[in-house]
Design a binder for this molecule. Structure first.
Ligand code: THU
Length: 135
């Protein structure tokens, strides 16, 4: 699946978002190195902090299916600029994505800004910062 297709999938999966509180649907499409694509949308909760962002839903779906090697991700929302992933999602991304992996942030006008993982979260706290016996 090409970058453009991944972006379309991220835009379309917003239709499944559960956003009665924010009314702000977000979509994410994550391609694995083997070519599978995992989609995610944000899922909110009446207890607001329990909500989960689209990016983390896509990543957790993939990880829970045994995927560990990722190639590219697209994230989309109806924003003026390409939607910036939140800090929590950046930290989760950095746990599983290589520093040079590309993340395409976009909006429904298909305005795209692409970042490497390193650009999205420089100097990130990593598993290697933990004591050796906890890694
Ligand atoms: N949200 C995402 O799903 N991803 C982002 O990158 C930004 C924010 C969600 C969380 C919440 O459901 C809604 O957008 C408003 O913050």
């Amino acid at each position: 699946m090409q970058k453009e297709q991944l972006i379309e999938e991220a835009i379309n999966i917003r239709n499944h978002a559960y956003t009665p509180y924010s009314k702000f649907p977000v979509g994410a499409a994550l391609r694995t190195k083997s070519g599978s694509v995992y989609l995610g949308c944000n899922i909110e909760n009446a207890a607001y902090p329990v909500s989960c962002c689209a990016e983390r839903v896509a990543i957790f779906k993939a990880i829970s299916e045994g995927e560990t090697e990722f190639d590219e991700m697209a994230v989309a929302a109806d924003t003026k600029r390409p939607v910036p992933p939140c800090g929590s999602c950046r930290q989760v991304m950095s746990e599983f994505f290589n520093q040079d992996m590309l993340i395409h942030t976009t909006n429904i006008d298909r305005l795209v800004k692409t970042f490497t993982m390193e650009e999205l979260l420089p100097f990130s706290f990593a598993p290697t910062d933990l004591p050796a016996d906890e890694q």
